[in-house]
Design a protein around this ligand. Structure first.
Ligand SMILES: [Zn+2]
Length: 134
């Protein structure tokens, strides 16, 4: 079944509570963008309300088919994304470092410690290291 349905085209939002509604591919990309599309251009909605929506027939999160919706914001009201503050960057760095730190040998590895192993590859392959250190 096509993801596009005539009932989804409603530019004035007559059938959708006044919210301009378009079918898949039916919204002007120079005017509207999803949150993700804005982020790609280093923009954020800047607290503007949802300006329009896109409806399409697609796969839902429940393994079936249904009407999907994406909310659109106006590009002209979007604002540049604020860069992360030093504190935010530090928190990110700390979190990433923790994910790369082996709980057995406490070394910081250049890779994320596999959750399935719970320790770094070296410790996993060489279980005697811990005993030697103890
Ligand atoms: Zn280790």
């Amino acid at each position: 079944m096509s993801r596009i349905r005539a009932e989804y085209m409603d530019p004035a939002g007559v059938r959708h509570g006044g919210l301009p509604t378009a079918h898949w591919g039916g919204a002007d990309p120079t005017v509207y963008a999803t949150r993700r599309q804005l982020a790609k251009d280093r923009l954020q909605p800047n607290r503007q309300p949802i300006a329009a929506q896109i409806l399409w027939w697609g796969i839902t999160g429940y393994g079936g088919y249904g009407t999907r919706v994406a909310y659109l914001y106006r590009r002209d009201l979007a604002a540049p994304k604020r860069p992360a503050t030093p504190a935010q960057l530090a928190a990110l760095e700390k979190a990433n470092r923790a994910r790369r730190t082996c709980s057995t040998c406490e070394q910081v590895k250049p890779y994320v410690i596999p959750r399935s192993l719970g320790e770094c590859i070296d410790c996993h392959d060489a279980p005697w290291i811990e005993q030697e250190a103890a």
